[in-house]
Write a protein that binds this ligand. Structure first.
Ligand SMILES: *[C@@H]1O[C@H](CO)[C@@H](O)[C@H](O)[C@H]1NC(C)=O
Ligand SMILES: *[C@@H]1O[C@H](CO)[C@@H](O)[C@H](O)[C@H]1NC(C)=O
Ligand SMILES: *[C@@H]1O[C@H](CO)[C@@H](O)[C@H](O)[C@H]1NC(C)=O
Ligand SMILES: *[C@@H]1O[C@H](CO)[C@@H](O)[C@H](O)[C@H]1NC(C)=O
Ligand SMILES: *[C@@H]1O[C@H](CO)[C@@H](O)[C@H](O)[C@H]1NC(C)=O
Ligand SMILES: *[C@@H]1O[C@H](CO)[C@@H](O)[C@H](O)[C@H]1NC(C)=O
Ligand SMILES: *[C@@H]1O[C@H](CO)[C@@H](O)[C@H](O)[C@H]1NC(C)=O
Ligand SMILES: [Ca+2]
Length: 533
């Protein structure tokens, strides 16, 4: 009796302590390893609002030295095992309980990397999410860790995001004493691919999935990216086309031939597909009288340009990957057209496909595309044919892809959308009920570009715009999930020179596929001059 009474008394004391102790104390007393088994605590700290955390452990290739954390937060980092020879680093930031909206935001990675996107975590925190990130099973931007360890490839392919989502829900409940009301995911590029894998393989993990420029069709995408070096040759090869020639001569000719196909001469190709098969680089051939000037191309160079804008066909003649989006050639000089092998493809072939660090990217042929697809190491393909489990679970997915993406062509996302439509026997209206795909003309890979690219896809892309459904894809996704208000269009903004102080250059209501932005007259920089048809 006396024992029971003192136990009851203790409980009351503990409750009182829990409610009166500061969030900081609760954070520092929190033991996440009690809640997620077999994990190792790496970091537990209370981060004051607007303080800058240093990231000394980050692989230098990630180029992330520090991160400013916008709100006071409890930071937990763990090592979480995924098999007996793989594990990942997990970061979880919890805003103060009163600043927490009840939502969870998981963030993805990029490329084939294991770089935690602390900037995306900060973006989530700023808007009241408890936010997580992972190193996706390995450190740095390269793929050497994949060598002879498919467990690490599985982590990269799909398993880290899933395992982290489960841990995140458990830890959220443990620290706040409340489960997340809704769980979201955001990622672009490699992170977009991770989002598609989550939608396909773990449709209950997230209520809302924000996918940018997804690296789906991953095996063939890796092949496609590898193919460029074999077309362009190395920088010092005789027919190599310089960045200046791509950016000046070829891009100008591209605009001459294709810019007005959308009715407006504005340097933006609203629908680059209209230009595929139409653009004729032969017009740039040097004539016998203009030979060897910088204003024309040799027959071999014309052939290179033609290949860049032609789909990649597989060994048996089937289309396996669409071409570079016409219009993206200027920014593509940074990587695909740079005369150096595309590093992610090189590492994928060397360490995942062939387990041969000596594999030579100059030796790539279309047969390597076949091998990569057949091996499908770690189930990295990412090309789902049925997302009805996501739909039936009430999940929503908002996808966007830039029309001038210089690393992953948006035409492949269109291909996948059409494939999914056929394989699910679902019309666009039916797909719209849970999945909407917005094409962002003129936007580069994930961000940047000559058109209205700021849609709130990241903290940087949300700057100086209201955080509300009409102007921000993350806010739009939340409203779709929580209020059933699906976004018809996505408003994009471009500031002059991307500097808000210089004013707005243009706005555009981007359309959901298969609708296309159609000019109806008036000032083409104004959203009202366009409709979706
Ligand atoms: C934890 O690790 C032990 C030994 O390493 C293993 O037997 C057990 O299955 C693991 N538990 C979980 C939940 O992974
Ligand atoms: C953090 O910085 C932002 C912007 O500089 C400011 O609005 C906010 O009040 C700061 N928060 C705290 C707690 O200092
Ligand atoms: C990855 O980086 C972390 C530091 O952030 C380090 O503790 C860990 O050992 C690294 N993992 C590998 C496999 O190098
Ligand atoms: C944070 O990193 C940036 C470079 O990304 C650097 O310029 C700055 O000095 C760093 N700040 C601190 C506090 O280390
Ligand atoms: C690791 O796990 C696999 C099965 O998942 C097993 O075949 C293998 O023997 C284990 N290796 C060690 C060192 O425990
Ligand atoms: C071209 O550059 C590569 C390294 O980028 C070098 O291996 C090769 O020898 C060079 N070829 C010529 C002809 O200079
Ligand atoms: C073309 O012109 C460049 C300099 O403008 C010169 O170095 C090069 O030898 C010329 N090539 C031919 C084939 O005449
Ligand atoms: Ca145009």
């Amino acid at each position: 009796m006396a024992l029971n009474a003192s136990l009851a008394f203790l409980t009351v004391l503990q409750l009182a302590a829990a409610t009166t102790s500061s969030f900081q104390e609760r954070c520092l007393a929190f033991d996440p390893t009690e809640h997620v088994t077999n994990t190792t605590l790496r970091i537990r700290e209370y981060v004051p609002a607007n303080s800058t955390i240093l990231l000394p452990g980050m692989d230098p290739s990630c180029s992330r030295l520090n991160q400013t954390i916008p709100v006071a937060a409890c930071r937990i980092a763990l090592t979480i095992p995924t098999s007996n020879r793989s594990s990942f680093i997990y970061e979880h930031f919890f805003p103060e309980q009163d600043a927490w909206t009840g939502r969870l935001l998981a963030t993805g990675n990029g490329g084939i990397d294991g770089c935690i996107k602390y900037e995306d975590i900060a973006y989530g925190l700023e808007h009241g999410f408890t936010a997580t990130g992972t190193n996706n099973g390995h450190n740095g931007t390269g793929g050497t860790a994949f060598l002879n360890n498919e467990e690490i490839v599985k982590d990269f392919s799909y398993r880290t995001i899933h395992t982290a989502a489960e841990a995140a829900k458990v830890l959220t409940k443990a620290l706040y004493d409340k489960k997340p009301s809704k769980s979201y995911y955001t990622g672009c590029s490699g992170g977009g691919r991770q989002g598609i894998q989550a939608a396909d393989l773990y449709p209950k993990d997230f209520d809302g999935i924000l996918v940018g420029a997804p690296g789906i069709n991953f095996n063939y995408m890796s092949a496609w990216r590898a193919s460029f070096f074999t077309y362009t040759g190395a920088i010092n090869s005789s027919s190599f086309i310089s960045a200046a020639t791509w950016e000046g001569l070829i891009h100008d000719e591209m605009l001459k031939q294709c810019d007005e196909l959308d009715g407006v001469q504005d340097g933006i190709l609203v629908d680059p597909a209209l230009c595929v098969g139409v653009f004729q680089p032969e017009t740039l051939l040097c004539s016998t009288t203009t030979a060897n000037t910088s204003a024309c191309l040799t027959p071999h160079q014309v052939e290179v340009v033609r290949k860049v804008f032609t789909p990649l066909y597989g060994e048996s003649g089937e289309l396996i990957y669409p071409p570079l989006s016409p219009g993206a050639e200027t920014v593509a000089t940074q990587r695909l057209l740079s005369g150096t092998p595309f590093s992610y493809s090189v590492d994928w072939y060397r360490y995942a496909v062939y387990s041969n660090p000596a594999w030579d990217p100059a030796s790539w042929t279309i047969h390597d595309a076949t091998v990569g697809e057949e091996k499908n190491v770690g189930n990295a393909r990412s090309w789902p044919s049925d997302l009805s489990p996501l739909r039936d679970n009430g999940g929503k997915m908002l996808i966007f892809h830039g029309g001038a993406d210089q690393q992953i062509t948006g035409l492949d996302t269109e291909r996948w959308y059409n494939y999914l439509s056929r394989s699910m026997d679902a019309t666009s209206d039916e797909l719209d009920a849970f999945m909407r795909f917005f094409r962002i003309p003129g936007m580069n890979h994930c961000s940047g570009g000559t058109s209205a690219w700021q849609i709130g896809q990241s903290g940087a892309a949300a700057q100086n715009l209201p955080y509300e459904a009409g102007n921000n894809v993350l806010a739009a996704l939340v409203d779709w999930v929580e209020k059933g208000e699906a976004p018809d269009t996505v408003m994009g903004t471009k500031f002059v020179d991307d500097n808000e102080k210089k004013g707005v250059a243009l706005t555009r209501k981007h359309c959901r596929y298969p609708l296309r932005s159609t000019y109806v007259g008036g000032d083409s920089t104004l959203a009202a001059s366009w409709v979706c048809r």
